[in-house]
Ligand binder design. Structure first.
Ligand code: BT5
Length: 266
């Protein structure tokens, strides 16, 4: 992402606080790691870190987020909400809502939210969210919301640059058949995030969990759950509890709470 793109983003940004301070570098290890360091030094709410390329992009659970140069968005945003640490998971859901809206605004017709943190197009992953948090006692000190979106990669470059991940990944360009403006996309995403963050700050978790559930197509569907190191099982997806954990009714009638795992509608 060139600095021209950042100038464009600055020109289009309509937010009150998110992105008023932007740290941009062409190449970084991980935007989340960078922003956690800034947060520890006292960076203010709304501070944003963007890179054009990440050499150590992070997924959840020590996984990697492939982050080639020149076409995607790798962004981290700092929040300082006055909430208990255990509620920080809500930011993943808030981000998924904002991402789905922003991706659809580009013209993509059917994006799908996958619990807890993916956005898919045609069954392939276009975006992922990594929420990290630092706490003071039981309260949040700050949250770093990290978002990766495959924007202008062609199928050829996905195949060339993403190795084994290529078959499960897609981009907005692959769906639309054309490039979109990354500066505008980022400005729209930050505005949407700010809107949902204000709703969360004023009204709490309920509207976020409600909106997410409304946008989630797997509700009441039969799903297969795989949890690393455990046997797969099936059940009916019942929705979220108030921490965002997934409730699944298994065939023996038990309600199981899923904290982390892969959930697929079958
Ligand atoms: C995620 O993890 O989906 C969270 C991704 C968050 C990335 C952003 S980029 C800006 C910020 N800074 C960071 O360092 N990270 C955040 P998870 O659900 O664990 O998914 C990771 C899995 O997605 C990998 O194991 C691959 O299978 C797949 N994957 C990796 N890179 C991908 C890509 N570019 N597009 C689609 N799928 C990918």
């Amino acid at each position: 992402m060139t600095s021209t793109m950042i100038r464009k983003l600055n020109g289009l940004l309509k937010t009150q606080s998110l992105g008023k301070v932007i740290h941009y570098q062409e190449e970084m290890g991980s935007t989340n790691t960078e922003l956690i360091e800034l947060g520890e030094k006292g960076a203010s709410e709304g501070t944003v870190v963007i890179a054009d390329k990440q050499t150590e992009g992070k997924g959840r659970l020590e996984r990697t987020w492939l982050s080639p140069a020149g076409s995607n968005l790798y962004i981290s945003i700092l929040f300082r909400p006055e909430i208990v640490a255990s509620d920080s998971t809500l930011f993943t859901f808030l981000a998924s809502i904002a991402l789905k809206e922003t991706i659809e605004r580009t013209g993509v017709l059917d994006t799908k939210i996958k619990w807890p943190n993916d956005i898919h197009i045609d069954g392939k992953k276009v975006a992922g969210v990594l929420t990290e948090m630092r706490s003071k006692r039981e309260m949040v000190d700050f949250i770093v919301l990290g978002i990766g979106v495959n924007i202008n990669m062609s199928r050829d470059s996905i195949n060339r640059e993403m190795g084994k991940v290529a078959r499960i990944a897609t981009s907005i360009k692959e769906n639309l058949g054309k490039d979109i403006d990354r500066g505008k996309f980022t400005a729209d995403l930050l505005l949407e995030l700010e809107k949902w963050y204000q709703i969360f700050s004023n009204k709490g978790k309920a509207p976020i969990l409600r909106e997410w559930t409304e946008k989630w197509e797997d509700l009441n569907k039969r799903v297969r759950i795989s949890i690393e190191g455990e046997q797969e099982f099936e059940g009916t997806a019942l929705g979220l509890d108030d921490k965002g954990y997934l409730l699944v009714k298994t065939d023996n009638g038990e309600i199981t709470k899923i904290i982390a795992g892969d959930v697929r509608a079958i």
